[in-house]
Design a binder for this molecule. Structure first.
Ligand SMILES: *[C@@H]1O[C@H](CO)[C@@H](O)[C@H](O)[C@H]1NC(C)=O
Ligand SMILES: *[C@@H]1O[C@H](CO)[C@@H](O)[C@H](O)[C@H]1NC(C)=O
Ligand SMILES: *[C@@H]1O[C@H](CO)[C@@H](O)[C@H](O)[C@H]1NC(C)=O
Ligand SMILES: *[C@@H]1O[C@H](CO)[C@@H](O)[C@H](O)[C@H]1NC(C)=O
Ligand SMILES: CC(=O)N[C@H]1CO[C@H](CO)[C@@H](O)[C@@H]1O
Length: 299
């Protein structure tokens, strides 16, 4: 007991020295990274949302892979899709994109073509080595549609339904835009926007309603998620008047403050002033032609 607490023998001193050298060489080896480099995943998105039918790119960027292997696995179905550069799971939809970059970085992206709802779920990019390194990527497949009449008469009700369908993670932060501008209660006091989520149908519904449409409601309407990229759809709406032309002119007088040069009337486009000014413009044109002719002749 005494010996251990107060070590003075030369054997013990040698033992301590041996331990110290072991620790030092180990840390030197680690410091120079000779054989101690472990592969690392570089930061990339881990939650991806794409529209049904489009290409889904699941990124996996690795540095210092050295002689180790990369595999992609479907977590939900518990099966390997790719191992190394080989596509393990035979499918026309799945491609492994292997792109070596500089600094010992290589991209091992998993591409899923013509994505379907069934392709949604959790995927895992893994490096097979002594310590298993994994990176999970969530893929959400959505469909977004707008239903509603593309052409209605002035005074009729506008009713557009934006329907986002997909898995349980569908975004509900859907906004309406008209000609690229957000529809707010201030800018569009006559518009009503309603929202609801149907758990049974895995859909999020956002409606745009205007009880009495006016000509200036003509435009391109877009519904899109505030936060999730790619989640958007658009519809072009035309407010027309099939009753008669007289009412169009009256409306134009009524809504003079607004700008709507092309007016849709009974299947043809007319500019607001063309009818009243036609004789006058013909007259000025004729005068102009005559003056030009006289000028040409005299010079
Ligand atoms: C060893 O790793 C460190 C960081 O861990 C790095 O700064 C250094 O450049 C590496 N050395 C070599 C020789 O790659
Ligand atoms: C939204 O779309 C889904 C899938 O197509 C459908 O089942 C559902 O009835 C639609 N909802 C509305 C309100 O149109
Ligand atoms: C992925 O994004 C969706 C939509 O934004 C979200 O609802 C979901 O919680 C996210 N999932 C994960 C695993 O982060
Ligand atoms: C809704 O999503 C759940 C979970 O992803 C799924 O089990 C169910 O079949 C889906 N329902 C419909 C109608 O697509
Ligand atoms: C740390 C590491 O793996 N470095 C390698 C990076 O790639 C070059 C060749 O491109 C190798 O020589 C290095 O050993």
């Amino acid at each position: 007991m005494d010996k251990l607490i107060y070590p003075t023998t030369p054997v013990f001193v040698l033992w301590i020295m041996f331990l110290l050298t072991q620790v030092i060489t180990e840390s030197v080896e680690q410091f120079t990274n000779k054989s101690f480099i472990n592969p690392v995943f570089l930061p990339s998105v881990t939650n991806i949302t794409v529209k049904r039918g489009s290409l889904a790119v699941l990124p996996c960027s690795i540095q210092y892979l050295q002689d180790k292997q990369v595999a992609w696995r479907s977590v939900d179905e518990d099966k390997f899709l790719t191992i190394g550069k080989k596509t393990w799971f035979k499918s026309d939809q799945i491609i492994l994109e292997h792109i070596p970059l500089s600094d010992n970085i290589t991209n091992w992206d998993l591409l899923i073509k013509n994505s379907e709802f069934i392709n949604g779920g959790m995927y895992e990019c893994q490096i097979t080595s002594t310590v298993d390194l994994t990176r999970r990527v969530q893929l959400n497949i959505l469909e977004i549609t707008i239903k509603g009449h593309r052409s209605i008469d002035r005074g009729e009700r506008i009713f557009l339904v934006c329907n986002v369908t997909g898995g349980p993670d569908i975004p509900t932060d859907i906004m309406w835009y008209k000609d690229g501008h957000p529809i707010t209660s201030r800018g569009f006091p006559h518009a009503i926007i309603t929202k609801y989520k149907s758990k049974v149908k895995n859909s999020s519904i956002t409606e745009f309603i205007v009880d009495r449409s006016v000509f200036s409601d003509t435009g391109v309407y877009t519904c899109k998620s505030k936060t999730v990229k790619n989640v958007k759809a658009k519809i072009s709406l035309q407010i027309g008047d099939t009753v008669n032309f007289k009412s169009v002119s009256e409306d134009l007088k009524e809504e003079k403050g607004e700008q709507f040069s092309p007016v849709y009337t009974s299947g043809s486009l007319q500019t607001s002033n063309s009818c009243h000014k036609l004789p006058l413009s013909l007259f000025t044109k004729s005068v102009f032609i005559i003056i030009t002719l006289i000028y040409r002749l005299t010079v």
